[in-house]
Design a protein around this ligand. Structure first.
Ligand SMILES: NC(=O)c1ccc[n+]([C@@H]2O[C@H](COP(=O)([O-])OP(=O)(O)OC[C@H]3O[C@@H](n4cnc5c(N)ncnc54)[C@H](OP(=O)(O)O)[C@@H]3O)[C@@H](O)[C@H]2O)c1
Length: 257
């Protein structure tokens, strides 16, 4: 996003909580929101040093912020971040934390793994939204952005059934939140990235698989975290006031709804 657009998106005076902001899309979104003027809360789970580096970039962008740790794959971790969030006036919540956790075929999927994938990719996003949306409604202003995936549109690759199901459900959850809270000034949308060049793929994809994605993508490359972050800033801004309940596909033409 060029500086003129970033200034026009001014989020000065807003406080944004971005989950999973220690790397990839979340980290880029934290820095982009800071550049647009928001105070940024950098949530992380295991990578404290990476979260500190993101907070440094937030400060270098002229903004301020803090860090908070929570394991959103567990009920206790989700509860602690909900308590933290409900005690603050959060203007922008980006439910970005997520992971496939473990590529697992149907016959090997245990109840424990299913619950963890759902907790991390769907349930925690719901309860975090619940924790902040009441305050947003009272202030008649707020933005919630949920991170889905193109996997939620086509079922994902083999071994991603639980993850892709959660990502489809978060899109539906976005619509439900919109119906209840748009009348009270809260704008809820969902971003559905295609394949974005982040650490996620070092864990869950093969080089050959990524070559296949490039070949099937009209623009012939993977996306960058910054390209998703630009959409996060736009959806957070007053340029998006008539966009409600949408799942926006951003994938270089890989999947066209
Ligand atoms: N990359 C893609 O191609 C792609 C495509 C579609 C959708 N997405 C979605 O975009 C979001 C960000 O993905 P990314 O590619 O940026 O991945 P990433 O670089 O692997 O970052 C994942 C983030 O989620 C956090 N996280 C992971 N497990 C967690 C847990 N149990 N509790 C709390 N936080 C946890 C990580 O925190 P720590 O590192 O501190 O543990 C990290 O900050 C995810 O929801 C992902 O599903 C990604």
């Amino acid at each position: 996003m060029n500086d003129n657009l970033r200034d026009a998106a001014s989020l000065a005076g807003k406080t944004a909580l971005i989950t999973g902001a220690s790397s990839g899309i979340g980290a880029a979104s934290a820095v982009a929101l800071a550049r647009a003027g928001a105070t940024v809360i950098v949530h992380y789970n295991s990578q404290k040093a990476d979260a500190e580096a993101v907070l440094e970039q937030v400060r270098a962008a002229g903004s301020s912020g803090e860090m908070v740790q929570a394991d959103l794959g567990t009920r206790d971790g989700t509860g602690s971040l909900c308590s933290y969030a409900s005690a603050r006036a959060i203007d922008i919540l980006v439910n970005n934390a997520g992971s496939l956790v473990k590529r697992t075929r149907v016959l090997d999927l245990t109840p424990e793994l299913w619950e963890k994938v759902m907790m991390l990719n769907l349930t925690s996003a719901f309860f975090l939204s619940q924790a902040v949306v009441g305050g947003m409604a009272e202030r008649k202003s707020g933005v919630i952005i949920n991170m889905s995936s193109v996997a939620g549109r086509f079922g994902g690759g083999l071994g991603a059934l639980a993850y892709s199901s959660a990502k489809a459900a978060i899109s539906t959850m976005t619509k439900g939140l919109t119906k209840e809270f748009a009348p009270q000034g809260v704008r809820v949308n969902c971003i559905s990235p295609g394949t974005i060049d982040t650490g996620y793929h070092r864990s869950f994809s093969t080089p050959e698989g990524l070559d296949g994605v490039r070949a099937a993508t009209p623009i012939g490359r993977l996306g960058t975290s910054e390209e998703i972050a630009d959409l996060v800033v736009f959806l957070s801004s007053d340029h998006a006031t008539f966009i409600h309940g949408q799942t926006i596909e951003i994938n270089g033409g890989f999947f066209m709804a």
